[in-house]
Design a protein around this ligand. Sequence first.
Ligand SMILES: C[S@@+](CC[C@H](N)C(=O)[O-])C[C@H]1O[C@@H](n2cnc3c(N)ncnc32)[C@H](O)[C@@H]1O
Length: 296
Amino acid sequence: MTTIDIRTTVREQYGSMARAGTSCCGPATNGCCAPAADPTALASAIGYDAAELARILPQGANLGLSCGNPGAIAALQPGETVLDLGSGAGFDAFLCGPKVGAAGRVIGVDMTPDMLARARGNIAGYTARTGLANVEFRMGEIEHLPVADASIDVVISNCVINLSPDKPQVWREIARVLKPGGRVAVSDMVLLQPLPEAVRGAVEAYIGCIAGASLITELRSMLREAGLVQVELLPKPAYVTTLSGNDDPLYQQVRAGLAGAEPADYVTSMDIAARKPAAGGAPGCCGEPGGSSRPA
Ligand SMILES: C[S@@+](CC[C@H](N)C(=O)[O-])C[C@H]1O[C@@H](n2cnc3c(N)ncnc32)[C@H](O)[C@@H]1O
């Protein structure tokens, strides 16, 4: 698929999920990215607190599209500004809102109009539950963020960067928008070894956050080339083994293309933490250059 094909297909598929209020394949089946039948159970399985979800999230903000829990590694502080790449229906953005409080803010960015409409429609419910008006959603591509240079304390993202046709550009943009010393707290799918062509070429596997995933070695290079430092990559295999064990239709299809191997032999969810070097601090720290800059 070309870059344009990828964007169009991703936008169409996630648009229909947003309209249906469920993940890829419709409410009668398991989803491509998660068991659509019970997004709360999936969230609990990947480390979310069910009571916190019930207290904060408006109905329909959790579509079961996540593969990790970036807020759990973000160590958010009151007053911080958080940017959520590919914010979907607002799941993590809303959960981060109370952590940064009234003095902080959360900006979600998504390129799919129907997803954005769903997220924006959820804001009133979030405010009614929390008394906060600190979350907003912007239309945009994560390769061209609609956010000023050096304005963000923490970039989070949940199961999105694998879908980008230009991942090095996404990491350069993350470095551009972070303040000096700012943090990355991302969950995403990552490859442990190259996928066979039968899986790599399957559109369902791309939309399902597998076929577009980067190898760990490629991921490290992209972060380094973007100027990010203190990179920590932590595999979280439970997500893939849970979906494989649940006989998720996508994972069954992937398994059929793996010649007897298991999906978990090839792909894992991963916590990705990093920092933009602090201004003036430890110049050339760790041999890493600073982030690139672009006018706001
Ligand atoms: C798997 S869903 C994850 C949604 C959300 N992070 C969650 O955990 O519920 C991927 C989301 O990323 C968005 N997306 C995919 N590629 C994107 C891109 N290049 N730029 C902006 N948004 C993108 C999709 O529209 C979709 O809402």
